[in-house]
Design a protein around this ligand. Structure first.
Ligand code: SF4
Ligand code: SF4
Length: 145
């Protein structure tokens, strides 16, 4: 568990499809294409000039740092509120689940249980669950399918 990646809402950045799947796949694609010599010819292909810097940046720098460092929607009301209140995770807030979670929980069905686990059994149990998911290759977006 890397605490830098704990999100206010109860998600864990290391178990997000962007970090766990898209960035590694972009890196592999970039390296394969570079090794095949695409860098020298891609500007000749339609859309290639825009695509190559995008792929290179995604592979080398990534598209996302973390929720705590400001990735995700800049206007996320959950993050703004939790930061103002000095709350590390919303599940630990006395107002949880506040109305900001009404719609949000519909998009992340597993989050209700995860946050209940955090409230009832603490951060260690929650962290163990996130680490197990990471090992299994689960990402939060899988729960929507
Ligand atoms: S930006 Fe908001 S929704 Fe996204 S992970 Fe952070 S708290 Fe959750
Ligand atoms: S009121 Fe509490 S639970 Fe709701 S967004 Fe703010 S910190 Fe999170």
């Amino acid at each position: 568990m890397d605490e830098r990646y704990i999100c206010y809402c109860g998600l864990y950045c290391e178990n997000c499809a962007v970090k766990a799947r898209i960035q590694p796949k972009a890196k592999a694609l970039y390296e394969d294409m570079k090794a095949a010599g695409f860098e020298n010819v891609i500007h000749l292909l339609p859309g290639g000039s825009g695509f190559w810097p995008f792929l290179k940046d995604t592979a080398e720098k990534g598209t996302c740092v973390s929720c705590k460092e400001g990735s995700g929607r800049p206007d996320c009301g959950i993050r703004i509120c939790a930061k103002e209140k000095g709350i590390k995770m919303c599940a630990l807030c006395e107002s949880y689940p506040c109305n900001r979670f009404t719609e949000f929980l519909k998009n992340y069905p597993q989050l209700e249980k995860d946050n209940a686990l955090l409230r009832e059994q603490g951060l260690e149990a929650w962290s163990k669950l996130q680490d197990e998911r990471r090992t299994q290759g689960f990402v939060h977006q899988d729960a929507k399918k």
